[in-house]
Structure formats: C-alpha cells, structure tokens
Design a protein. Structure first.
Length: 396
C-alpha cells in the first residue's frame, strides 16, 4: 500500500490506475456533432489526402517561378472552381486565396507585389512554393490524424469534418456511484455539499454519476453501499469516514472487502484520501471536509476521470503573508485575484475573513467551510510566503 505520498506521486499513481481501469467499459458509435468531450475508442485514420490540390494562400497571380517577366495574364481562377486548367510557359492566372493552382504553376505572386499593364504582369522574382499550400501537406490518406483515447474538443470536431468523417467510436460514459456519509448529514444537522459537488465534477468531466444516498457513521451501511456501488457501477466515489476517528469506517471496509492501495496524501487540505479496489472496481474515498474533498477531486480524481491536463496559470503578487503551520506538507492556498494581486482566502479582503494578518494558515478551519473554495484559483506552497512575493496561481 502507498501511504502518505506526495501530490505528484498521487497523480502518478492515478495515471497508472487510469490505464488499468478507466477504459474497461463499452464502446459506442455516435455522430461527430454529438461527440464533444467524449473520448475516442479508436485511431482516426484519414480516408483522404488534404488538400486535394496545391492551393493559393494569398490573392495574387499563379506563375511558374522559373519564368521571367513580363508574363501574359490569360485568365482568372477562383476558390471553388472545378477546372483542370494548365499554365503554360510565360503565362499567369489571377488567383484568389483557397483556389487550386493550375497545372504547371508552382508559386503565387501576391497582389501587393504585382504590377499589371494591360494584360502583362510584372513583379518580383519569387521562389517555388511561395504562398502555396502543397497537396497532401495537411494530411495524407491512411495517416493517423487523431489517436485513440483523446478527448474530443471543438478542434477535433473541425478536423473530423474536414476529413468527411460523420461517425466515430467513443468510450461509453463512465457510470459512477456517489454517496456521502456522516451522522450529521443523515440527521439533517448539516447539508450535504460534497455529494452534489462530486457529481458536478463528474458530469463536467463527461461521466454519468448516480447518487446512492447518505449513510450513517455505520460500518454495515458503509459496507453495503460500497458493495452495491462496485457491483452495479464502474467506480465509486464517497466522502467522509476516512480519517482516524472512532466512526471512520471506510478504511476498514476497503481493507476487509478488497485492497486498500493508497491512503493519505501530503497535502493540506485533503490529506485523508483513500483509494481501494473492491469487486475489481476502483473506490475513491474523499475527506469529509468540503475543501479537502474539493482538492481531492481537483488533483487525484481529476487525473483519473479527466486526465492529467495542466491548469491555466498566472503570476501574481500575494496580498498577505501566509505562515504554514507544519513542515512536510504541500499547502493548497485558495486565492481571489484582484488588481493583479492574489488574496489568500481566510485573511482580510477575501470571502472568508477568519485569520488576522500574521496568523498561521489554519487548515482545519479553512477546509471546514464550503465557501472557502469560492475562489478564482489556488497556489501551492511548502514554505511561508511573504506579502508582495510573486507566486504562481493555478486558475480553476
């Protein structure tokens, strides 16, 4: 079992787990226009060569670069023309951007460099290939254009349409069981925020979550929910019951019903993360505190369910000093961005104003509140930070 690992090691572990379990689900064929954010289940092999002809990339004159001026202008070619025109020695055609070059032409003299006198063309000497997109320079028939397992975005849809592909095979959406546990939630003393948040992440990443309900802090209820989830779904995500309290039963269930593979990450908030395998299905057990559950989703579970895709980053000066309480952990400090500065959530000028300036970053307080995550992003640090110091901020 991996225990008390770094954030980087937890993400590396998730990548390996992803390769083993993530793609163990069915495949379906769908229309390209319905494939946004789905993952390809096969390589996309081009059925065509593109472009089909040498194309002009500027408005100008199609010429033979070896010819000398003046050249006789013998006609015009426009984008979309379906002619098999031939350019003879000493001739030129007026041509527009995107039009197919006539046979024999190998360059385009752009309009700005051309001088026309009657039907004669004068201009600058240019090299072969000038302002010409060569046939097959984009893709050749039989070439792998998009590899399997890639997530389809607007750019992939554009490429698929350019190839004339109408349908693609994609992995079926992963069906994920979600449940929350805790006496205080079951009895209505506190609203369940983690369950809806987890399900929202999963939907955003292209999956189909199903909420199984809320359990008491009961070994039997937690066991029953995990067994049900792993039998009926592709994966299970739960929150709460993974710390060291007397009623934290999730770890015990994972050990007794399957294999506990990873427990605790050197990150605050989010330390008590557990990952196990039950009925040959992955089970992800998140911390019960809202900010801890959020961070576990943002790092480890994002790497499994969405892929290790970098966050957009900016540089900003931190508005307040941050004093970390314990060495040996990576601290995730949520921040609001304003006037080019990063304001740590928890201090003044942030949505949550609990900590006086100079106080240590009280993770147990910060992670308990859902409003903590209502920020623009977060920064990582393993040391104290000074006011005015430039930091790297990961944006949501």
């Amino acid at each position: 079992m991996h225990e008390m690992v770094s954030i980087d090691d937890s993400i590396s572990f998730m990548k390996k787990l992803r390769e083993k379990f993530y793609y163990n689900r069915g495949v379906e064929e769908i229309n390209v226009d319905e494939a946004l954010d789905r993952e390809l289940a096969e390589d996309i092999v081009s059925p065509v060569t593109l472009p089909k002809h040498d194309l002009a990339t500027m408005d100008g004159y199609a010429i033979r670069s070896s010819d000398s001026y003046p050249l006789k202008i013998v006609g015009s070619i426009y984008a979309g023309n379906e002619s098999d025109t031939k350019l003879n020695k000493g001739e030129a055609f007026y041509i527009t951007t995107g039009a197919a070059l006539p046979r024999g032409a190998d360059a385009v003299l752009k309009v700005e460099l051309a001088e026309v006198k009657g039907s004669l063309l004068y201009g600058k000497k240019i090299k072969s290939g000038t302002y010409v997109l060569k046939r097959g320079s984009e893709v050749k028939e039989g070439e792998v254009v998009i590899e399997a397992k890639r997530r389809i975005g607007p750019q992939e849809i554009a490429v698929l349409h350019s190839l004339g592909i109408k349908k693609v095979k994609v992995y079926r959406k992963m069906r994920v069981a979600v449940f929350s546990n805790g006496d205080e939630i079951k009895r209505g003393m506190r609203n369940d925020t983690n369950g809806p948040m987890i399900m929202s992440f999963l939907r955003k990443w292209g999956h189909e979550p199903a909420f199984l309900g809320i359990t008491d802090d009961s070994y039997e209820e937690i066991r029953e929910m995990i067994i049900e989830g792993t039998k009926e779904y592709d994966a299970v995500v739960t929150s709460g019951g993974v710390s060291v309290g007397r009623k934290d039963y999730v770890i015990k269930v994972l050990k007794e019903e399957g294999d506990l593979l990873l427990y605790r990450v050197k990150q605050r908030p989010g330390k008590p993360l557990a990952i196990g395998i039950v009925n040959n299905k992955p089970v992800f057990a998140l911390p019960g505190k809202p900010a801890g559950a959020f961070i576990s989703m943002m790092f480890a579970l994002r790497a499994f369910f969405y892929g290790d895709i970098p966050f957009p980053k900016i540089r900003a000066k931190i508005a307040h000093e941050v004093r970390i309480p314990t060495k040996g952990f990576t601290y995730i400090v949520f921040v609001k961005i304003a006037d080019g500065k990063a304001f740590p959530v928890g201090y003044v000028d942030s949505p949550v104003r609990l900590l006086p300036k100079g106080d240590k970053y009280a993770v147990s307080l910060i992670s308990q509140m859902t409003r903590t995550v209502l920020a623009d992003g977060f920064m990582l640090t393993e040391r104290d930070l000074e006011e005015g110091e430039e930091v790297e901020v990961n944006l949501y």
